[in-house]
Design a protein around this ligand. Structure first.
Ligand SMILES: [Zn+2]
Length: 384
């Protein structure tokens, strides 16, 4: 194609499209002017937007400045733990407080009050040492503990923290660091021994006696009031259509022989614990515990009521988790009311005391050193 020919063709294209473009522009301007006019005409003086019409603010909340904290893990003590990471399939030797950073971050919302996060740091440290003293990780016998929540304790990597917190990362990470470093080496003891520091999301108003959830009555895991709770998932609801409910019951408990007819007469709460959690529930010809009901119906907690509508069976739950030991939402509520972390811990762990174990990495007798059940790997590394 010659240069001249191409130039003529380009010119032809312009002469065809200019009028259309101008026409479209004029039409667009006219439409915009018309819309502005309509909006102005409708916005009468004194008109107020209702709450549901209020647009979401498009400006993000300001990022808070990180709390100053000295994150020097080896400065406090040099206790190390062998942590198994199932996803990577590897065991890493980590400093105890470094490991706890990921645990506290994974186990409690960093938006909770600092004193509540500190209580969580002590509870997680105590739980970790108790686990090590009682056989370590069940999934990997070579590890002290693992990062699976179903086996040991949840663990958040820094990458996961970045994904979760985004622009708030620096601030939330500093909250966790402050909580861990300010309580470094502190654990809960009962009669001089590290306690089984169980914890859960929300109690629904009262925590539970250990024997009502597990087998043993443990003196420091008593039901206590947790009147003021601040946190997510404090109440929940699980709904089944009537046929699906009957199928679920008979699938899990064949002896129930539940039928769709007269369903109301086949469901009955037989007894409650003083905390308000269900002790026994009648389902058809079978009787189950509240704990079993949690598993069968996927309930947030054993503190529940059952409602039957014309077509559905609805479980209304209060609290989140097993209810034993420290309530995290309760800790947050207590912190909001001015309690410090030691007050929170001694409230939920009856008769236990918070102690800083100064010789975690040093010499001399102490609750974590020597004696039967002491983890060999733990003490073998203590002098580093
Ligand atoms: Zn484990």
């Amino acid at each position: 194609m010659s240069k001249r020919k191409r130039s003529r063709k380009e010119q032809k294209v312009y002469t065809i499209h200019w009028p259309i473009l101008l026409g479209l522009t004029a039409l667009l301007v006219a439409v915009v002017l018309l819309m502005v006019g309509v909006v102005r005409a409708c916005a009468l003086p004194g008109d107020a937007l209702t709450a549901s019409e209020t647009p979401e603010p498009i400006i993000a909340a300001p990022t808070r400045s990180p709390i100053p904290v000295d994150v020097n893990f080896t400065k406090v003590h040099r206790t190390t733990v062998n942590v198994f990471f199932p996803d990577e399939g590897e065991i890493r030797e980590m400093l105890l407080e470094e490991y706890l950073m990921g645990v506290v971050s994974g186990e409690m919302p960093a938006s909770y009050s600092l004193e509540a996060v500190k209580a969580q740091a002590v509870a997680a440290r105590t739980y970790t040492l108790y686990s090590i003293q009682h056989g370590g990780c069940k999934t990997n016998p070579k590890a002290d503990i693992c990062t699976s929540s179903s086996c040991c304790q949840t663990y958040n990597s820094e990458k996961r923290e970045h994904d979760k917190w985004g622009a708030q990362y620096a601030y939330y990470h500093s909250v966790i660091a402050k909580a861990v470093m300010d309580t470094a080496g502190e654990v809960m003891l009962y009669n001089g021994k590290v306690i089984d520091a169980m914890y859960h999301g929300a109690s629904g108003g009262w925590t539970e006696n250990s024997e009502n959830v597990y087998t043993n009555a443990i003196p420091y895991l008593r039901s206590v009031e947790s009147a003021h709770e601040i946190g997510s998932r404090q109440t929940g609801q699980v709904t089944f259509d009537r046929p699906a409910f009957v199928e679920r019951v008979n699938g899990a408990r064949p002896n129930a022989h539940m039928t769709l007819e007269n369903l109301e007469s086949q469901i009955k709460t037989l007894s409650l614990y003083p905390s308000g959690r269900v002790e026994k529930l009648q389902l058809g010809e079978d009787v189950i515990t509240g704990k079993t009901a949690r598993k069968i119906f996927g309930l947030d907690s054993a503190m529940f009521t059952v409602e039957l509508t014309d077509t559905q069976v609805i479980f209304h739950t209060k609290g989140f988790g097993h209810g034993v030991g420290m309530s995290q939402a309760g800790a947050n509520g207590m912190a909001a009311d001015g309690a410090d972390y030691k007050t929170i811990l001694t409230h939920y762990y009856t008769g236990a005391a918070d102690r800083r174990i100064r010789h975690l990495s040093g010499r001399g007798p102490g609750p974590l050193h020597g004696g039967p059940g002491a983890p060999r790997s733990f003490f073998a590394r203590k002098k580093r």
